[in-house]
Design a protein around this ligand. Structure first.
Ligand SMILES: [Cu+2]
Length: 143
């Protein structure tokens, strides 16, 4: 019962994002994260400090979220973000600068900082060598 309710809530959240897609609010990101994920919250703080509006949704069913949003398993990280309006996906600790690059190119469906890199926002300090990849695994940004 509780399990299916959770699925329903996730489905409702995904539906809400789709219906808001044309609301015109730029640079709003919905982030799905496990309630116990500290580094996820660190990334949300980084994005807010960089000028993004972030709606954080806590869920323990991240595998389902990633599956529904089409995040490649091989590129997966902890949290998953969805850009309102474009539907582009941000997987993991992607720096705000790379997100801005993503927003500038609507042909890119999603980007990822796979795993839990220690030189990424929310994990540690950027050192100029963090590679963000697109969903084909090709390098997209280096920060
Ligand atoms: Cu993390």
């Amino acid at each position: 019962m509780e399990f299916s309710l959770k699925r329903l809530l996730i489905a409702a959240a995904l539906a809400a994002m789709t219906s808001l897609a044309h609301a015109g609010a730029a640079h709003v990101i919905t982030v799905f994260q496990d309630p116990n994920c500290g580094c996820c919250t660190g990334w949300v703080d980084h994005m807010r400090e960089s000028g993004f509006e972030v709606n954080a949704i806590k869920t323990t069913d991240m595998a389902l979220v990633k599956q529904k949003l089409g995040v490649p398993v091989s590129l997966s990280s902890c949290h998953t973000g969805v850009v309102q309006g474009t539907g582009q996906i941000i997987e993991g600790h992607v720096p705000a600068s790379a997100v801005n690059k993503l927003l500038a190119d609507a042909s890119v469906r999603g980007v990822a900082a796979p795993g839990m890199p220690l030189n990424a926002p929310g994990m540690g300090e950027l050192d100029g060598t963090l590679v963000t990849v697109d969903f084909s695994g090709r390098p997209f940004s280096k920060d």
